[in-house]
Unconditional design. Structure first.
Length: 376
């Protein structure tokens, strides 16, 4: 544990990859490692670091004019702090982090948080094949893409699924009552929920159009959209045009996840297949709260959710299908409980925070030749 770990994340938004970065940093800090998170000083991840008790270092990633200065800063920091391993997380920090690690003789690992190619030019080819010691694939689909499209050796790719603290995050019936009262929901009301950034590939517009059809069949149902983003105003206008203002709840960005998930009866993630969705934390939270989960054929979601076992998998961009499957769940409380219980069980077995961190720790130590434990 003498080596330092530098986790880089150049994103200025706070999504799943940024949550992963801070969570991993916090967990490894508690395990006795010296961990630093390198990010833009004005980014959301930098602002949230204190709440995670994580040590941060402000780095200017944006702009080609700053690249040389950023590289010099990174090299100096790595040497000063005796950082043995650099773990990158976005396209904006991947190359410069790999180059800095090479100059300093450190190891470089990168995580793949979205279903997108990692090789577009010669620089990427060199980085992937000569300056990266290991790739962490969040899911099966990105692992296949890295092998088949980016031609990265399978021996360098390690599948480590995202995980959450299933002990901390679970349905709380007291919070459910408080939250539902605040939302003015009765015991008979069915609350469908979605937690996601309001960006095109999340499929909110198809969900709203499908929900409109649901309200024509059921009068005891509401939809709660948790999150914010570039499409927030547009989605609120769509809600107005669909005459759903009294049926749709926009909470904005919120960190009260236990309260909001506990208030839900059904969860849906209607992401588009071409949008880059890979392994969303929001689905894991829904499973942890014993919710039946409806997902689309996007990324690894069909691996997480087994159709008819712990939820349902449907085609994307289809309001009619959304209406049919949610209407079925609205009418069948027994089925909702069965699917939700199975979802919670699967998460507790496969997608826990401890498993994610244990597997990552093994990989770190293997890359640094500190043990001989294999990682799948």
């Amino acid at each position: 544990m003498n080596y330092g770990i530098l986790l880089l994340n150049a994103s200025d938004i706070f999504g799943g990859g940024e949550y992963y970065t801070l969570t991993l940093a916090r967990e490894f800090t508690t395990r006795g490692y010296r961990v630093y998170v390198g990010c833009d000083g004005n980014s959301d991840i930098f602002k949230k670091a204190d709440s995670y008790s994580v040590c941060t270092v402000a780095i200017e990633f944006k702009g080609s004019r700053n690249s040389l200065n950023t590289l010099r800063f990174l090299v100096s920091f790595i040497k000063q702090k005796s950082v043995g391993l650099i773990h990158t997380n976005t396209s904006a920090d991947r190359t410069i982090g790999a180059l800095a690690s090479y100059i300093c003789g450190s190891k470089h690992i990168t995580s793949c948080h979205s279903l997108e190619s990692m090789s577009y030019n010669l620089t990427h080819y060199i980085r992937n094949n000569y300056l990266t010691d290991a790739f962490i694939a969040d899911g099966e689909t990105i692992k296949d893409l890295l092998i088949l499209k980016n031609h990265i050796s399978p021996e360098k790719i390690f599948l480590i699924n995202n995980g959450i603290d299933h002990i901390k995050y679970k349905r709380d019936y007291k919070l459910r009552e408080i939250t539902r009262n605040a939302l003015e929901l009765s015991d008979k009301d069915i609350l469908i929920g979605n937690v996601a950034r309001m960006v095109p590939f999340k499929g909110h517009d198809y969900l709203l159009k499908g929900f409109k059809k649901i309200t024509e069949r059921h009068h005891n149902v509401k939809l709660m959209l948790v999150g914010s983003g570039e499409l927030e105003s547009e989605l609120k206008n769509l809600t107005l045009n669909l005459n759903l203002l009294d049926r749709v709840i926009f909470t904005g960005y919120s960190e009260e996840l236990n309260s909001l998930y506990s208030a839900m009866d059904i969860y849906i993630q209607p992401s588009l297949s071409e949008g880059g969705e890979l392994f969303p934390y929001s689905v894991l939270y829904a499973m942890s709260h014993s919710l039946p989960v409806v997902v689309t054929h996007s990324g690894d979601m069909p691996f997480i959710i087994e159709d008819g076992i712990n939820g349902f998998v449907i085609e994307d961009k289809n309001p009619e299908t959304i209406c049919e499957i949610l209407s079925y769940l609205i009418k069948d409380e027994i089925k909702r409980k069965e699917l939700g219980s199975n979802a919670r069980s699967k998460l507790s077995e496969k997608y826990t925070l401890k498993k994610m961190c244990d597997d990552t720790e093994k990989l770190y130590n293997n890359i640094l030749n500190l043990n001989n434990t294999d990682v799948d």
